[in-house]
Design a protein around this ligand. Structure first.
Ligand code: NAD
Length: 270
């Protein structure tokens, strides 16, 4: 069976940990060459070495970039095209949840600005340079390579639900990702560029577990989860693969929930 991303080139931001790491591995398993972008170069290099070991035919390279800097994102996209000749899949996934992010009264402006810079502007720039690159993708029908590409932006369930355990800047930033994704999807729909948002529920990754650093904090959330557990990064990676591949060829502008039913829930089972 050919992989679902065979002959494709993908760029993943935040590839050194959590969702980005698991998605990079899955993309490689499905045949894609992958540029692993992270502000933490050592983590991205480790991810690249795992791919080299597990999937010998696949090209994977680590690239240091801060998505909060436009020139870094441009350089990462340029590198993908230089190494792999094209960019078919852009996964704008890197994001932060700052420990000092709180409610409207306590959140400092510098925390708000930092969160927006990474979580919103980083996604905007990722979309901008991916769109420019995808317009130039060579078409090769024999290899199933068509015009355009797929952009997946990581938002969050908090973009569609309110929580009395606030992280206001983060929540606002993820709402912005959803709105931006929808509009971009409409603007570029006739170019063969699909743009979707994926909304993970609470996951067992460093991002959330560092934030929920006591059992009491974790229990405060667990009672609201229909499945009674946090999600795994690989469960979101499988959703990202669907949106990245032609399996989702008629899906664009969507808020794709991978949240264990959380956003559909009123009362959880006993
Ligand atoms: P993680 O902390 O495990 O991994 C994030 C990676 O992004 C790290 O390797 C980090 O070095 C990198 N990174 C951070 N800032 C960066 C920057 N400015 N430029 C480049 N790389 C940067 O996090 P995760 O849980 O895998 O989260 C990934 C995405 O999923 C984030 O956008 C997050 O908001 C979102 N999300 C996570 C959860 C959850 O519960 N973990 C839930 C909903 C949404």
């Amino acid at each position: 069976m050919p992989g679902r991303l065979q002959h494709r080139a993908a760029l993943v931001t935040g590839a050194g940990s959590g969702i980005g790491l698991e998605t990079s591995l899955l993309f490689a398993q499905e045949g894609a060459n992958v540029l692993l972008v992270d502000v933490n170069l050592a983590a991205a290099e480790k991810a690249a070495s795992i791919i080299a070991e597990r999937f010998p035919g696949i090209k994977a390279a680590a690239f240091k970039a801060d998505v909060a800097k436009e020139q870094d994102i441009k350089a990462a996209v340029d590198k993908t095209v230089e190494l792999f000749g094209r960019l078919d899949v852009m996964f704008n996934n890197a994001g932060i949840m700052h420990p000092e992010d709180d409610n409207a009264l306590n959140t400092e402006e510098r925390i708000w600005d930092l969160t927006m810079q990474i979580n919103v502007k980083g996604v905007w720039w990722g979309c901008k340079y991916a769109i420019l690159a995808m317009r130039n993708n060579p078409i090769d029908e024999a290899k199933g390579l068509h015009a355009g590409g797929s952009i997946v932006n990581t938002a969050s369930f908090v973009a569609v639900m309110g929580a009395a355990t606030p992280q206001l800047a983060y929540t606002a930033s993820k709402g912005a990702v959803l709105a931006m994704t929808r509009e971009l999807a409409m603007v570029h729909a006739r170019e063969g560029i699909r743009i979707n948002a994926i909304c993970p529920g609470p996951l067992k990754t460093p991002l959330l577990m560092d934030f929920l650093n006591t059992q009491e904090k974790r229990d405060r959330r667990l009672v609201h989860l229909p499945m009674g557990r946090f999600g795994e990064a690989v469960e979101v990676a499988k959703g990202a693969l669907f949106l990245a591949s032609d399996d989702s060829s008629y899906v664009t502008g969507t808020d794709f929930m991978v949240d264990g039913g959380l956003s559909s829930c009123y009362v959880t089972p006993l």
